[in-house]
Ligand binder design. Structure first.
Ligand code: GDG
Length: 498
């Protein structure tokens, strides 16, 4: 048996360097988690390579070479520019992404997007069908490809198939606005197992099934909910994705990062540092966060010259007008707030609009006295977990949105807030800044313990066990690879929602 994983993007970045095509491994939680599994079990990763010209001989050769050196095979799905537009930019980013984050007013329900999606999911199914043997386990990742399993079933493929949704699943009132709601539900029920980030998502999915498919049987077995329809059973379960804790904690403690933290501390002249790290996306709640900072500075003058917000926004989907508007709104708010409160020698907000390299990210995480992770809705939010893992000195405070999936695991230890409630967020900031080391340390210790135990390998093992596929010789919570150091070559910044 091999694992055949299917995701929108292949776990590599292919680009032109000095007039020649080059391939590099992608970074990010999914690659870190799945690559060792594929290496150990042998497997195939199927996805779009991220470029249109991939069919040229050079890039085909690069994919083959990369596969040989990594120990698993890469198979590319070729998409035309029109397909990328209708499927990825349209169906995925203008419909499913906002809808599943409860932001239906941002949806653009263009019928053609669905038509293109149907063609694209058939392409993914074609490549998958060619790649699998009768015993292989097919594991499809995330919202882009919910319907691939159903296409395969319709072609008589009987392999064990699983799906994992990285983003939230919305409640019925929201989900039912989707013109193709029944097709999407039926698509998901074609898998043997569907994994969600939180119990909230399983409950929402189950409520949608109850509402739209009343003749479906639902039955709890252990931690799983089994849904049976037309003789086929699909098991639903909660599998909160984790991070490679050892890698983050180890990376934050290497001498180069410690040195950078000392340097930044000197530059920040004793200020408490509040940190925000977000992809440019309206779900991440950056404008609300900035308004909460403004309110905190208006209400609590003792915060002046005592705190500074270091807000990193990573460019994403930059060609899309809505994202340009969001960028402009963030810039306007930062300018207004800095204009209102800056004094000689003190700026309340440092705004970084670019992606930062891993060593700098590790230093920011370790440096920050308070992390502000306040998405309006989020499947999990790995930034919250990475921040805590990097708090090797144990003095940080995590302010976390109750609407992030991570809140379920981190509610004991984090300061939970409703990101829309500016009063409460402003008050949480004041309290967090005033907390003593004695108050901070036990809470951070608790958070780190959960994140260390329920790490990305734990996530993988839980999922595999639920599929009846425990990895041979698996070490429950540990990677099958040496920990990376901050001296490793800079990884590519790849964020799954991009
Ligand atoms: C989706 C779901 C779910 C960010 N800035 C930089 C940088 N990053 C890295 C972080 C982190 C990742 O990007 C962001 O992950 P999130 O989980 O916060 O968010 P999404 O991209 O929306 O991911 C989410 C996730 O899937 C996994 O299931 O948690 O809910 O939306 O890893 O470290 N990395 C570097 N420089 C940056 O400037 N190097």
């Amino acid at each position: 048996m091999r694992i055949v994983t299917v995701s929108n993007r292949l776990p590599v970045v292919i680009d032109r360097r000095d007039d020649a095509w080059a391939i590099r491994p992608g970074a990010g939680g999914l690659v870190t988690a799945l690559a060792p599994l594929l290496r150990r079990w042998g497997g195939v990763w199927i996805g779009w390579p991220g470029i249109d010209e991939f069919e040229n001989a050079d890039t085909q050769r690069l994919l083959a070479e990369f596969g040989r050196s990594e120990g698993y095979e890469l198979r590319a799905v070729s998409l035309t520019a029109d397909e990328c537009n209708g499927f990825y930019h349209g169906y995925c980013n203008e419909i499913i992404w906002p809808l599943f984050h409860d932001l239906e007013s941002r949806c653009n329900f263009v019928p053609d997007y669905w038509t293109v999606y149907l063609a694209v999911k058939r392409k993914f199914a074609d490549v998958t069908q060619q790649a699998i043997g009768p015993d292989d386990f097919v594991w499809v990742q995330d919202y882009h490809l919910m319907g691939v399993g159903r296409v395969l079933r319709s072609r008589g493929i009987a392999n064990k198939m699983g799906f994992f949704l990285h983003i939230p699943f919305p409640p019925p009132d929201t989900f039912c606005k989707l013109p193709w709601r029944s097709e999407v539900l039926e698509g998901l029920l074609s898998y043997d197992i569907v994994g969600f980030q939180t119990p909230r998502d399983v409950e929402n999915f189950s409520d949608c099934v109850r509402k739209l498919m009343p003749r479906t049987r639902r039955q709890h077995r252990g931690k799983m909910l089994r849904v049976t329809r037309s003789g086929r059973t699909c098991a639903l379960g909660t599998f909160p994705i984790g991070i490679d804790y050892a890698e983050w904690a180890g990376g934050a403690a290497v001498p180069a990062v410690s040195q950078r933290v000392r340097q930044l501390r000197e530059e920040m002249q004793g200020l408490q540092i509040l940190l925000g790290i977000d992809r440019l996306d309206y779900t991440k709640g950056v404008p609300y966060r900035l308004k909460a900072i403004r309110l905190a500075l208006q209400r609590f003058p003792e915060l002046h010259k005592a705190i500074t917000l270091l807000q990193v926004v990573v460019p994403s989907r930059e060609g899309v007008p809505e994202y340009q508007d969001l960028k402009a709104e963030i810039e306007r708010l930062v300018t207004q707030i800095n204009g209102e409160f800056t004094q000689p020698g003190w700026v309340p907000i440092h705004h970084v609009f670019r992606s930062i390299d891993r060593e700098e990210l590790l230093a920011y995480y370790r440096l920050a006295d308070v992390a502000l992770v306040t998405p309006l809705k989020d499947g999990m939010n790995l930034v919250a977990k990475e921040y805590c893992a990097c708090q090797v000195d144990g003095n940080g405070v995590l302010i976390l949105s109750e609407f992030a999936g991570a809140a379920e695991q981190l509610k004991h230890g984090a300061v939970l807030v409703n990101p829309y409630d500016l009063d409460t967020v402003a008050e949480a900031i004041r309290k967090a800044v005033a907390m003593t080391k004695h108050q901070r340390r036990p809470a951070m210790r608790r958070l780190r313990k959960v994140i260390e135990k329920e790490n990305v390998y734990w996530w993988l093992n839980q999922y595999m066990r639920a599929c009846g596929l425990s990895a041979p010789g698996e070490a429950a919570n540990s990677p099958a690879k040496p920990p990376a150091t901050a001296d490793a070559p800079p990884p590519v910044v790849e964020i799954s929602g991009l």
